[in-house]
Design a protein around this ligand. Structure first.
Ligand code: NDP
Length: 304
């Protein structure tokens, strides 16, 4: 039986460990503060931001959510970021991606002061990651590393294969695994014979955004499989394909008219892996936990 790596339980551990640090800051000076900026009406982004703000509040941190209209210009957004850069009581600034098309995302990322960049996307912090120097790390890959560490999965010396090379997941993921002494292969849409490369993996990380794409032929028996993907399925035929060996997925589809799945086939991974993360309840909760951890750390640095 494959072991299910319970992201929610590990999230709770991390949040519990943050509480005394938040209390110390609150007693000495003030609680850590996070500003979350949401531009437009993307429903998934609204849910993500609401859940981040809620978690902050549950932990006793200060958090504010700034909602701006879809038609916001780059200049208008930069002005609001500058205000947060200047505010003493804000330690972390998060701009929820993706931004509407008219906004220059790169200028926005560059505008956030690196010491308040709790998403770890500022080029300075990316450079620090490449150099393995301290700085806020991108939350999702950092969350995967915490999950591996706290689940007792040996990374040093392991063959790790990362499928996906985005700036927010695949690339930082590969760098973190390399710094933890894995032998890392990065795959993407031009990789030749993806199944064969994936089957080399002791640790397989899927970050593609392709529902249940990685099926049995991609998974080496006994591998640890980390599924970063979050895809909402609304098509019945697709739900039935995915539900092979994972009937709960079809039941969820019947009930809600849609179902969340990762990039890995849930039935196949349960049969072949030694351990794996479910979707939902795997990597997602860790992303929020690491955002909280980054905010606390930024506050500790700023407040000395
Ligand atoms: P992107 O779309 O930016 O990147 C996807 C990557 O997957 C690209 O590098 C792409 O290759 C590669 N890819 C796509 N199709 C294939 C294929 N058929 N074969 C090989 N490689 C392929 O996605 P993100 O990195 O932003 O997100 C990935 C997934 O993770 C999404 O499902 C997203 O929702 C989820 N996510 C989950 C988070 C969480 O908290 N759990 C947080 C962030 C993201 P190429 O570069 O060649 O185009």
């Amino acid at each position: 039986m494959a072991r299910i790596l319970d992201g929610k339980a590990i999230q709770q551990q991390i949040l519990e460990e943050l509480k005394p640090r938040i209390a110390r800051l609150a007693a000495a000076r003030r609680p850590p503060g996070l500003a979350a900026v949401l531009v437009g009406e993307n429903p998934a982004s609204q849910i993500y931001v609401a859940s981040k703000v809620k978690t902050c509040r549950e932990l006793g941190m200060h958090s504010e959510e700034l909602r701006l209209p879809e038609a916001t210009t780059t200049e208008e957004l930069l002005e609001r970021i500058e205000q947060y850069n200047e505010r003493e009581d804000i330690d972390g600034i998060l701009v929820q991606m993706p931004l509407p098309k008219q906004i220059d995302s790169r200028r926005v990322l560059l505008a956030i002061r690196p010491e308040k960049d709790v998403d770890g996307f500022h080029p300075f912090n990316v450079g620090q990651l490449v150099a393995n120097a301290p700085a806020p790390r991108a939350c999702t890959p950092a969350g995967v590393m915490e999950l591996l560490r706290r689940s007792g999965i040996e990374v040093a010396g392991a063959e790790a294969v990362v499928v996906g090379r985005s700036d927010i997941v695949g690339k930082p993921m590969a760098l973190l695994l390399m710094h933890a002494h894995a032998t890392v292969t990065i795959c993407h849409s031009r990789t030749r014979d993806l199944p064969a490369v994936c089957r080399r993996a002791d640790i397989l990380i899927a970050a593609m955004g392709r529902p249940a794409f990685l099926t049995a032929e991609f998974i080496r028996p006994g591998a640890v499989v980390i599924d970063v993907g979050i895809n909402r399925i609304t098509d019945r035929a697709e739900a039935e394909r995915i539900a092979r060996g994972a009937p709960a997925k079809l039941a969820a589809f019947e009930k809600n008219g849609s179902v969340l799945v990762g990039d890995v086939h849930p039935g196949d991974v349960a049969e072949l892996a030694s351990a794996y993360t479910p979707v939902p309840g795997g990597v997602g909760p860790l992303t929020i936990a690491m955002l909280m951890a980054n905010t606390v750390e930024c506050a500790e640095k700023r407040l000395g």
